[in-house]
Design a protein around this ligand. Structure first.
Ligand SMILES: [Zn+2]
Length: 692
């Protein structure tokens, strides 16, 4: 997944844009409405030598003048595209809300949901009333057995360990329904660790002064939310809640551990959970979660599962009730009246992301709908903004880059024939979704009321859970998507051996039917190659062409691959955005390998389109210059410091500026920009990392 702005857990994005304050009109800059062609000479800063800092060379003049909009923590090319898509989606949602379409129709549900989300006056007048049933449910808990039933009732399908990766849920556990690791033809349930209100265990445990300060602010936030909800002894309870979450954080797996698929292959029979993770009454939990008829449930985080379960037994019931109460309110704060929204923004927006202003309501409403009924919105979006011609052209590029990848595999001198054969079979059996899923979801079971925002939200989340539960034990649909058609992103689904390229990213400037081939191949082509290469990186190489967790590499090949990876990790470890914080080469390794392999395959595929002829000069740039500049400009991004720090700590991707520097590993980049020894990015040919 290439774009950090999309990589934060959606809940965080929602919370960060939450709460109101800005007027609903005129919030979008002019740049949002114009699409550039993918290579913009005006952005280049000739005073920075390409060999010293290619990102700054390609984007320096833009960096000098660009301003991050007040409602965002990061700004750049994907943000601009997102804003354009937002305006297009706004038109769709407003039209649906006005349409008075037939009751039960997709357009009517979307329109009614949007109307409920825009009705700010209704949220004010209802106050805390929509939460009353959920709060009384918690008050009624009398025993740990009741608590187990409650925790099971609260389970939602809100995490995703490998596809649209999201390890974050404030519920004690999160459910992910996916192909089985050992028998990928069938869907199985995975339980992932949860329970934290802040993004990661590091926020609770790190001694870094910024983190310590964030922790203090979190405690104040918890207290403020409880106070707003009219709960007595808010300060004391907030202390207990944060203490409980800190204990959860202590047993949580780290981000790196979460990414170790091999640790996650724990198909525990449901009857054995009480023995393997004693503490929580699992029989009750699974019964109320709708999972008791499953033969096995996979424990993605076995140690954390045991640790959290033990906490249920050892921590006082009152602390758990406080914790549950806080999260019932906090999760819905953004949908409530102004004091709640403001408090949510103050912490999730200002403190965690450095955002200075709340997004206008129509944007927040759109975010909620993408989160909750996103595919329904996406269906209306692609009908209007993704042409069959674009779909055909993008599909052709995917084919050309996949073919280039196969040629590169063939040319590797270090890889054993057996490994090569499986690698090629993986590319050749890839299922590639372009634009939108082949089959649309059936929304008929979801009730939407025009005047009930919190109810719509709760019903949509529950609808999603039921849909996911209904997949269990059924044959896996390889064509299914985890991503919305209208987002600026792309994804590799290793257990399905499938890729998805949403209509939202197949738009200018990433993909433009009128742009030069070099530009399209560098920009969207780099992303296509990136996603293909995920099939073969440290994660993808764990899965064979059928999606089964099976090592198909010879030992020697793996050693070679890991050595190249270590070299790349060292390269990225050396990037230091702050004196006290550097890019984590190991944490970002898969994505950096994907960038490198993707760029190399896209370059090959583009050269292939020339059929031996020289590339046409465009705007004074040679073909290779167009290619590499377009690549670096596709990472044109500016961060606010808190979000950049958050990305460095918890994201699997390096920040965009460093991703642009990937070019230094390609031989063709050197002559194109006269890069010489002694320049910052210069690498001796033997130091250039060549993974694929
Ligand atoms: Zn990726």
């Amino acid at each position: 997944m290439p774009f950090p702005s999309r990589l934060l857990p959606l809940a965080l994005v929602l919370a960060s844009t939450a709460a109101q304050g800005a007027p609903d009109a005129g919030a979008i800059g002019a740049s949002a409405t114009t699409a550039s062609s993918g290579l913009e000479p005006a952005f280049i800063d000739p005073s920075v030598r390409p060999g010293d800092d290619f990102f700054r060379h390609a984007n320096g003049r833009w960096l000098a003048t660009a301003e991050i909009p007040p409602d965002r923590g990061v700004w750049g090319v994907s943000g601009e595209l997102e804003e354009r898509l937002r305006l297009q989606t706004r038109e769709i949602l407003e039209a649906a809300a006005r349409s008075n379409a037939a009751p039960g129709s997709l357009e009517r549900k979307v329109g009614d949901f949007y109307a409920s989300a825009m009705d700010e006056a209704a949220t004010e007048s209802k106050g805390l009333a929509p939460l009353k049933p959920a709060l009384s449910r918690i008050s009624a808990l009398k025993t740990k057995a009741d608590l187990a039933t409650y925790l099971g009732e609260e389970l939602r399908a809100d995490v995703d360990a490998m596809d649209c990766t999201n390890f974050r849920t404030s519920r004690l556990f999160g459910l992910w329904v996916a192909p089985g690791l050992n028998a990928p033809a069938q869907s199985v349930p995975f339980l992932l660790q949860g329970g934290l209100g802040m993004p990661d265990r590091e926020y609770y445990l790190s001694t870094d002064p910024t983190m310590v300060e964030t922790r203090t602010k979190y405690r104040a936030h918890v207290e403020a939310v409880l106070t707003l909800a009219g709960i007595e002894d808010a300060a004391k309870r907030a202390g207990r809640i944060v203490d409980l979450e800190t204990k959860m954080a202590q047993v949580h797996a780290t981000r790196l551990e979460s990414l170790e698929v091999k640790n996650a292959n724990n198909p525990w029979p449901v009857t054995e959970w009480s023995r393997r993770a004693p503490g929580l009454d699992w029989a009750r939990f699974f019964r109320s979660a709708g999972l008791s008829s499953q033969p096995v449930v996979f424990a993605w985080h076995p140690k954390a599962t045991a640790g959290l379960s033990a906490l249920v037994a050892h921590e006082p019931l009152e602390s758990w009730k406080d914790w549950a109460t806080y999260h019932v309110v906090d999760r819905r704060s953004v949908y409530l009246g102004r004091p709640f929204r403001d408090e949510a923004f103050a912490f999730y927006g200002r403190v965690l992301r450095g955002t200075t202003e709340q997004a206008p309501r129509w944007k927040r409403a759109q975010d909620w709908m993408n989160e909750l009924v996103g595919e329904a919105v996406g269906r209306l979006f692609v009908e209007r903004h993704f042409t069959p011609r674009a779909k055909a052209a993008a599909s052709e590029m995917v084919k050309a880059i996949a073919a280039a990848f196969v040629r590169r595999i063939d040319a590797l001198d270090w890889m054993a024939p057996s490994t090569k054969a499986e690698a090629k079979s993986k590319v050749q059996s890839l299922y590639v979704g372009v634009g939108y899923p082949d089959r649309w979801l059936d929304w008929s079971g979801l009730e939407i009321r025009r005047n009930d925002l919190v109810g719509n939200v709760d019903r949509a989340v529950l609808f999603h859970l039921r849909q996911q539960l209904a997949l269990l034990g059924k044959p896996v649909d390889r064509t299914a998507w985890c991503m919305l058609p209208q987002v600026v992103d792309a994804v590799n689904l290793p257990m399905r051996n499938a890729l998805s390229f949403p209509a939202g990213i197949l738009q200018p400037p990433f993909f433009d039917l009128d742009a030069p081939a070099a530009v399209n191949y560098a920009s969207i082509g780099g992303t296509i190659g990136h996603e293909i290469s995920h099939s073969f990186d440290d994660q993808g190489s764990l899965f064979d062409s059928t999606g089964k967790l099976r090592n198909w590499w010879t030992k020697e090949d793996l050693v070679h691959f890991q050595a190249s990876g270590a070299q790349l990790a060292t390269q990225f470890d050396a990037y230091r955005p702050f004196p006290d914080l550097h890019v984590n080469g190991k944490q970002t390794l898969s994505e950096n390998i994907a960038d490198l392999a993707g760029l190399a395959a896209a370059h090959d595929a583009w050269i292939g389109t020339l059929g031996g002829a020289p590339a046409p000069v465009v705007k004074g740039f040679s073909g290779d210059q167009q290619f590499f500049l377009a690549f670096a400009q596709s990472w044109r991004t500016k961060f606010r410091e808190p979000l950049l720090r958050q990305v460095l700590v918890s994201d699997g991707h390096a920040p965009d500026p460093y991703r642009a520097q990937t070019v230094r590993n390609l031989d063709a980049w050197y002559p194109a920009f006269d890069v010489m020894p002694g320049q910052t990015l210069y690498l001796e040919p033997k130091e250039r990392v060549r993974v694929w």
